[in-house]
Design a protein around this ligand. Structure first.
Ligand code: ADP
Ligand code: MG
Length: 265
């Protein structure tokens, strides 16, 4: 029976920091400029260049950490996350891995049924990638966004419904805008989220296999996408199939989630 199942949801939010310049160079952090006009040897990954950290980006990160009730560490480490895409000219992204700058936050959300606390596992700094634009004659790359400063806010898997996930996202959005950490503009991609979803039998001690929904940039879509995904997973299990670890995307025109890639376990 469907009612015997519950869903488990954790969100990873990417918020663009309201700085004048990029994370590791003095190139302006601005939206809407001529393609490839906001670039430098550092953010285009030229050999021999050295990243220099943006102090105000650090300050905004710490402000986000305070606003989300996190423990801030005196030391943290940056790491290279390697992947090979045309929109990532260095072939690695500078991010934080095992030593993020803060952990253990919490956010109180308002629900129809009352209040609930959602724990923030960590917040770390990272830089954005460029943008690939798929045109009829080929793929174009715009590196204006490469190196733009972001924080990634990773929740614990504390949400149980699409409503809770939607409210958590709205609450974090409000807090970051109020603290002037991020302008929250979702159409421009300055505030976006990946939703991790699994289902399990009510009362089961362990979590099920999670599916990650990538880059959702609207409150309404996040709730719709999660609802759809919960139903899809429960139906699969009731059909005797196994949920596999996948990355999927929300197709709003069709109202469904679609496979992007299968993850290795
Ligand atoms: P990964 O290493 O695959 O990125 P993480 O453990 O870092 O996974 O978790 C990423 C996000 O997924 C976090 O927001 C976390 O709360 C959430 N998450 C982890 N396990 C599950 C699960 N079984 N179901 C739903 N969400 C999960
Ligand atoms: Mg992750």
């Amino acid at each position: 029976m469907r009612q015997d199942w519950e869903s488990v949801i954790g969100l990873e939010i990417h918020a663009q920091l309201l700085t004048q310049s990029k994370m590791f160079c003095s190139t302006p952090n601005a939206f809407g400029a001529e393609p490839n006009s906001l670039i430098s040897p550092v953010c285009t990954g030229q050999p021999g260049t050295l990243p220099v950290i943006n102090a105000f980006a650090m300050e905004l990160g710490v402000r986000a950490a305070i606003a989300l009730n996190c423990e801030i560490h005196e030391q943290s480490l940056f790491a290279r996350k390697h992947y090979y895409y045309p929109d990532l000219p260095k072939n690695y992204q500078i991010s934080q891995y095992d030593k993020p700058f803060c952990n253990n936050g919490k956010v109180t959300i308002q629900l129809k049924s009352g209040e609930k606390e959602i724990r923030v596992h960590r917040i770390h700094f990272e830089e954005d990638a460029g943008k690939s634009v798929h045109a009829s004659h080929g793929t174009l790359v715009n590196l204006n966004r490469a190196g733009v400063p972001l924080v990634e806010i990773v929740s614990e898997p504390d949400m149980r419904t699409a409503e809770e996930a939607g409210q958590y996202l709205r609450t974090v959005h409000n807090i970051l805008r109020f603290a002037r950490v991020c302008d929250g503009n979702m159409e421009q991609g300055n505030f976006r989220c990946d939703a991790n979803i699994s289902v399990r039998k009510l009362g089961a001690p362990e979590f099920g296999t999670k599916v990650e929904l990538k880059n959702i940039n609207s409150f309404k879509f996040v709730e719709k996408a999660i609802e759809y995904e919960i139903d899809r997973q429960i139906e699969m299990i009731l059909d005797g199939k196994k949920v596999t670890q996948q990355t999927r995307s929300w197709n709003n025109a069709k109202g469904i989630t679609e496979l992007l890639r299968e993850k290795e376990v």
